[in-house]
Design a protein around this ligand. Structure first.
Ligand code: ATP
Ligand code: MG
Length: 586
């Protein structure tokens, strides 16, 4: 239960822990002296001697004041120890997440990270603030008491000292049993949480298929299982406390009874009995308290394993040339050379891809679903690393560009772009804090969202609900688009960025994007070939391989993959009636 790595990581907490122990120790010494003074006073009264009451009163008052101050300082040091540890751990986790970049999602689930960084670190508060100081103090206190009480009766002191280790032994015995129950508890608990969340997300679907009642019954069964296992944990904890109480009070009773026999044999005085009676329980109280901190601390230790799992995750990038690249990646051009990539190490998703995205050009990537288009975007953004080949950004291998430097130059708008709760303005300002009204108007107009926002009663201050739920799918997509335009990055990647937008607005948005390419480098990924007709260069992917490249006209003329895709899509949209004289199929 002493985690060396954890304590070394939070080494500043050590001095606060030592101070907490010292304060506790001074406090118990004050207590012992007070009890001894009372015992000596009683003996003096019993023997009809003169009792210096005023002197005793002054000394006892002074000791009580010292004890009070020690208790205050004890709380302060305990607080400092846990706050310091929590801050260091949170900073370490945060730094780790930053160095992992977006890649974190491939190594640990978001829920685990949230759990570790919030609840996990919180659970260590008791470990640093209470458990560790108490652990050392509960060794120190019985020994101190033993030394003092041995002046009264060595026999009683030895009996009390021998009973003390029974408490940690009982904790160890209970722990074996507890571990099993706690493991089961967490399993049932997380299962219940997962089912609950899933049912909540899918409630509409459950209603549509009329299976909500069935799911309801299943949830009730899970909840009942959880109730039972919680009761088991509680009864285990209560039983463990009962056992510790039994040892603590049984032990002190044994000490008191032995003291009475000693008194009968004339070995100790009346005052001695009083001192032993008052102090015998103090032998056990610190360990008894340690036992109750133990359960919470165990939770913290389990959490610390998770924290270290996260801190030990390997980072992909080693960017020694960090500073020298920052200046060189403005207005980037991208070159992919012989790129091959597989997600699982078995099936190649990309094979020997060579492509060039020129600075301030409009490049498009098309191909059937699953052909590897989004994967190319992920590689450019360093979410994954290519197995073979190199990606150059202005001639610099992106392996040498840290993610947080890279992301200041590139924006990605995809169907996964997240809209946050809050107002429309808050979502926009996320991209650029000091945006002017003109910038915002331009971004909204380009994304064809301006008219909609302006006719809302609260305009930019309109609240759009959690995840932008009060907006339609298309409106959310256009807001994400406006936000990316506002971010003013040099290279913007649009991955199916208008898939939820109606054909008319889509056409206008793509024209605006085309305009944008005079100032920015644009990479457009789209199923719909009509969207990328104006691109300077179109790359056609087919099952992870580059099939063709060229302008729209060149590709049509070569009558190959692109031409076939174009013909099929055009015919389909003609049947659906999407083609009209304004449409750019012509
Ligand atoms: N995270 C992932 N883990 C494993 N395989 C993946 C992952 N993402 C994509 N794939 C696989 O890689 C292949 C290419 O996927 P990708 O998303 O790049 O296709 P795409 O061309 O963007 O398709 P779409 O047009 O449908 O978006 C697919 O066969 C897919 O199954
Ligand atoms: Mg895709």
């Amino acid at each position: 239960m002493i985690n060396k790595r954890l304590i070394n990581l939070c080494s500043d907490s050590k001095k606060y822990i030592a101070m907490t122990i010292l304060m506790n120790w001074v406090s118990i010494i004050c207590n012992i002296i007070i009890v001894f003074l009372i015992g000596i006073g009683i003996d003096q009264i019993y023997n009809n001697e003169n009792v210096p009451i005023y002197l005793y009163a002054v000394v006892i008052s002074l000791l009580l004041i010292i004890r009070f101050i020690c208790n205050l300082l004890n709380s302060k040091f305990s607080y400092l120890s846990s706050t310091n540890a929590k801050t260091i751990l949170r900073q370490s986790v945060y730094k780790k997440l930053l160095s992992l970049g977006v890649d974190y999602a491939n190594k640990a689930s978001t829920s685990t990270i949230v759990q570790v960084a919030v609840d996990g670190i919180e659970a260590l508060e008791v470990y640093f603030g209470k458990y560790l100081p108490q652990l050392f103090y509960s060794l120190l206190a019985p020994l101190t008491l033993f030394i003092f009480l041995s002046f009264i009766s060595i026999k009683v002191s030895i009996i009390l000292l021998i009973c003390v280790p029974l408490i940690p032994l009982s904790i160890i015995a209970v722990m074996k049993f507890a571990k099993k129950i706690l493991k089961n508890y967490w399993k049932v608990y997380t299962n219940l949480g997962d089912t609950f969340l899933e049912n909540l997300y899918g409630l509409t679907t459950l209603k549509v298929f009329n299976v909500d009642e069935q799911r309801h019954r299943k949830m009730n069964e899970d909840a009942e299982k959880f109730r039972k296992v919680t009761m088991k944990v509680l009864s285990m904890q209560l039983n463990s406390i009962n056992v510790m109480d039994l040892i603590a009070y049984g032990g002190s009773a044994l000490g008191i009874i032995t003291a009475l026999f000693e008194f009968k044999n004339g070995n100790i005085s009346v005052g001695g009995i009083l001192i032993i009676t008052l102090l015998s329980s103090e032998f056990f109280i610190p360990l008894r308290l340690l036992g109750s901190y133990f359960h919470v601390a165990m939770n913290g230790i389990t959490a610390s394993d998770k924290i270290f799992n996260l801190l030990d995750l390997k980072e992909n990038e080693k960017c020694e040339k960090y500073k020298s690249v920052v200046q060189k990646i403005h207005n980037p051009s991208i070159t992919m050379k012989n790129i091959s990539f597989s997600y699982d190490g078995k099936r190649n998703v990309l094979e020997n891809i060579n492509l060039e995205i020129e600075n301030k050009s409009y490049t498009a990537l098309v191909g059937e679903s699953g052909s590897g288009k989004s994967t190319i975007a992920s590689l450019i953004l360093k979410m994954y690393q290519a197995d073979k080949g190199t990606i150059f950004l202005n001639g610099i291998d992106i392996v040498n560009i840290p993610f947080n430097v890279l992301i200041k130059r590139i924006a990605l708008i995809s169907t996964n772009s997240y809209i946050f709760g809050g107002t429309i303005l808050e979502n926009l300002l996320m991209a650029k804090q000091n945006s002017s009204d003109k910038d915002i108007e331009y971004a909204l107009k380009t994304a064809k969202l301006y008219d909609f926002v302006m006719q809302l009663p609260n305009k930019l201050q309109t609240h759009i609900g959690e995840g932008g739920n009060l907006l339609s799918g298309g409106q959310k997509q256009r807001l994400a688009l406006a936000r990316a335009i506002l971010a003013d990055r040099d290279l913007i990647i649009f991955d199916e960025a208008t898939s939820n937008v109606d054909v008319e607005s889509e056409e206008q948005i793509w024209k605006a994007i085309h305009e944008l390419s005079r100032k920015k480098t644009i990479l457009v990924i789209s199923h719909r070939l009509a969207n990328v007709k104006y691109a300077d260069k179109i790359y056609v992917l087919n099952k992870g391989k580059l099939a063709e490249k060229g302008t729209h006209e060149e590709l049509l003329a070569s009558k190959s993959v692109y031409y076939n895709l174009w013909t099929v899509q055009r015919e389909l949209e003609m049947v659906r009636g999407d083609v009209n004289e304004k449409n750019f199929w012509y």
